[in-house]
Design a protein around this ligand. Structure first.
Ligand SMILES: Cc1cc2nc3c(=O)[nH]c(=O)nc-3n(C[C@H](O)[C@H](O)[C@H](O)COP(=O)(O)OP(=O)(O)OC[C@H]3O[C@@H](n4cnc5c(N)ncnc54)[C@H](O)[C@@H]3O)c2cc1C
Length: 351
């Protein structure tokens, strides 16, 4: 199928939700995705013990009402992030970690039972795999009278009356060409728009037993000292599969995976004892090495900078091109909640 009334570029959460909502309105839609998988910055993997590990988006809460309501609508169960027990804070390299307990929060964080990819899989099922085409990297969008032509890396041309772009703006502007050119102020804005978590490194260590919980630790660690800067218990909702998961110092992308792994295990051993060395597997994802999710900025761009700007609420190429990645959302941009908000906003504009 090379023609559709509407083409959605990108099969991340925003693209798939947009396709789902357009179909609910009875609008014909085709989703074109560069990667060989769908989900974008939602990336759940299953370790050899059966534990599901989030290498991308994980947490949400009541501050994300649009997402919470959407999960409800799709019948996807959630569970609370485990934080009970002794947590650790490494303040300075010459003092041992300080112990503290994270107080019960009025606004706890939640995770999806079975992993964040449950949301992606549910949407794919609803949309139907015929409407989603992977391995299709878009390189050019050309205006032709009352249609847009969308060209992929192999030269195949798709046509549609409306195109919805769900790549983060900085990627949408720098990795796809437009004929005619998009307005200069939009290009400048997109170059200075942050892509949430683009510079982050996620890691997880899988264990056969939750030795930290057995020793009264929560699994949470915050550090100004080691390679791990922030970490939490990542056991499954039924407490049958076990892992620790968090973020590494972003500067350590210059190390090899083996060097990062060795530093992670050393820090865990120093903080939680030698039991930490008896791990099943180490997993990591350096997001800045993912060209479909990160494009380097020309200047310093701070977290969430220019997210949700009014210019992203406009249409381009004579009302045929719309932007709808999470970063364009008017509420909670950058987050999963923002992806749903952006999808709802853009869908309301398409007839
Ligand atoms: C490490 C990490 C941790 C995070 N943690 C959280 C969290 O705890 N809570 C939370 O709410 N959010 C979190 N987020 C943010 C969350 O993942 C995003 O808000 C959300 O997934 C964005 O969805 P999206 O569809 O807007 O963009 P994306 O997921 O980036 O989707 C864009 C899609 O476009 C595809 N694409 C790229 N180029 C092309 C091309 N040329 N042609 C066709 N397709 C293309 C990509 O492959 C991708 O599938 C995290 C993100 C990361 C990376």
């Amino acid at each position: 199928m090379n023609n559709a009334k509407t083409i959605v570029i990108g099969a991340g959460l925003a693209g798939l939700t947009t396709a789902y909502l357009l179909q609910k309105k009875g609008i014909d839609v085709l989703v074109l995705e560069a990667n060989d998988t769908v989900g974008g910055r939602i990336k759940t993997i299953t370790g050899s013990t059966g534990v599901t590990v989030e290498l991308g988006a994980t947490w949400f809460g009541r501050q994300h009402p649009t997402l919470m309501q959407f999960l409800d609508e799709l019948g996807l169960p959630t569970f609370r992030q485990h934080t009970k027990g002794i947590s650790l804070f490494e303040t300075m390299s010459f003092v041992p970690p300080q112990k503290f307990e994270i107080p019960d929060s009025d606004e706890p964080s939640y995770r999806l039972v079975g992993g964040s990819s449950q949301l992606i899989q549910k949407l794919v099922k609803k949309i139907g795999s015929n409407a989603i085409q992977t391995n299709t990297q878009i390189t050019l969008i050309t205006e032709k009278a009352d249609q847009l032509e969308v060209t992929d890396a192999s030269g195949t041309i798709y046509t549609a009356a409306t195109v919805i772009m769900t790549l983060a703006p900085n990627l949408a502007i720098n990795t796809i060409n437009y004929q005619p050119n998009l307005p200069k102020p939009l290009v400048e804005l997109a170059n200075a728009t942050h892509t949430w978590m683009g510079e982050s490194i996620k890691f997880s260590v899988e264990y056969a037993t939750p030795f930290w919980k057995d020793n009264q630790f929560s699994g949470a660690l915050f550090s100004h000292v080691g390679i791990i800067t922030e970490m939490y218990d990542h056991s499954s909702f039924d407490n049958n599969h076990f892992a620790l998961k968090g973020f590494l110092n972003g500067g350590t992308y210059v190390l090899t995976p083996e060097e990062r792994e060795a530093k992670v295990i050393k820090q865990l051993s120093q903080c939680f004892g030698v039991a930490a060395e008896n791990y099943v597997a180490y997993h990591e994802k350096v997001w800045r090495e993912e060209p479909l999710a990160f494009f380097p900025y020309e200047d310093l761009v701070m977290g969430h900078q220019n997210n949700g700007d009014p210019m992203y609420q406009e249409s381009y190429l004579n009302n045929k091109l719309f932007f709808a990645s999470s970063e364009t959302a008017t509420e909670n941009p950058g987050y999963m909640d923002g992806a749903i908000v952006a999808a709802q906003t853009v869908t309301s504009k398409i007839k």
